[in-house]
Design a protein around this ligand. Structure first.
Ligand code: APR
Length: 226
């Protein structure tokens, strides 16, 4: 039986594809205060700005491609049962060919109405004020904003409980509950953490690889494959 490789990814894995991470030096996300564009309060205060912000993120998505770290993860399915849990709202894991991807923080290519957070619609175009779902309610991006519940977290925790290896790539591990998933994997399984500016140090079963995602993946592959 294949070993179960659970992978937790953050913005850093998509950085080499050209998508900016959140916590860059200036504390802004593409020039915006995160509270302005990624909270329900921000949306209430200025829905046009928030919709346009995510419209830009969605348009950018069509201009970027998966990088070798995304492709390496997809290829690992030949040897492992790979479950990816991502904090990213892009679709680069899916485009690279990964078959089991759980999005903790939503997906840019889906929308939902402002009153129903359980029904999703495919969304490849801009969302504008006045665009409504089939039931007549304003659409918003399917993004889990700060202060909102993270519905997929329970499923993700269950996935972690059956891990044989945990691989963490490109996340500041600052945002909960996602960062807390590391506590759900069985005690003493090998944990690899790839990040050029890692927020944790190697200790016990935790092996920190201070590299970019693409370089770090090559190293991890040589460590975990036969
Ligand atoms: N390869 C790997 N990691 C990288 C690279 C790279 N080329 N470049 C940067 N990084 C790392 C940074 O060192 C940092 O640790 O990626 C991490 C990005 O951290 P954040 O910007 O905080 O992104 P993330 O951890 O995914 O944020 C979590 O916060 O804003 C919310 O909902 C949003 O999902 C997001 C969540």
């Amino acid at each position: 039986m294949k070993k179960h490789l659970v992978v937790l990814t953050g913005a850093g894995i998509s950085a080499e594809s050209g998508i900016k991470t959140f916590r860059d030096a200036d504390g802004l996300w593409e020039g915006h205060d995160v509270m302005e564009v990624a909270t329900p309060e921000g949306f209430l205060a200025n829905p046009t700005l928030v919709l346009e912000f995510y419209n830009q993120r969605r348009r950018q998505l069509f201009e970027v491609e998966p990088n070798s770290a995304h492709y390496d993860l997809a290829a690992l399915e030949n040897e492992f049962k790979v479950s990816i849990i991502t904090q990213n709202v892009d679709d680069l894991h899916e485009r690279a060919g990964s078959s089991d991807v759980t999005h903790l923080h939503g997906e840019l290519l889906k929308s939902r109405s402002i009153i129903n957070d359980e029904e999703f619609y495919d969304c490849k175009m801009d969302i504008n004020l006045g665009d409504v779902c089939p039931k007549g309610h304003q659409l918003r991006p399917h993004i889990v904003w700060f202060g909102e519940a993270v519905p997929m977290i329970e499923k993700a925790a269950e996935v972690c409980e059956t891990a044989d290896i945990l691989l963490i790539i490109g996340t500041s591990m600052q945002v909960y509950p996602a960062a807390g998933l590391i506590h759900y994997v069985p005690k003493d399984i090998p944990i690899y953490f790839i990040d050029p500016k890692p927020s944790m140090q190697s200790k016990g079963n935790l092996n920190v690889i201070a590299e970019s995602a693409t370089v770090g993946m090559r190293k991890v592959i040589s460590l975990i494959t036969s």
